[in-house]
Design a protein around this ligand. Sequence first.
Ligand code: ZN
Length: 91
Amino acid sequence: MSIAEERIERLHGLARKAAAEGEYERSREYVRLARRIAERNRCGLPRSFQRSTCDTCDVYLRPGRNARVRVHRGRVIVRCDCGETKRYPFD
Ligand SMILES: [Zn+2]
């Protein structure tokens, strides 16, 4: 794992923790920083990171707190409080 990937992992953990504490703005800062690192190093973001962050407002998603999650026809549908919806296959 590269240094960039390690930093992204660490930021993912920090974003999750901030969101768990209701610090959504702080979680956005961690998510944005991780996105910048991924872009600069062209290493991409892990699937788990992509699925647990909002593409529009960058918040870390906490189902039942700042996001609604449902499953429809084998797909997971996550709606962020900002209105953004993401869908991905259920697995
Ligand atoms: Zn959002």
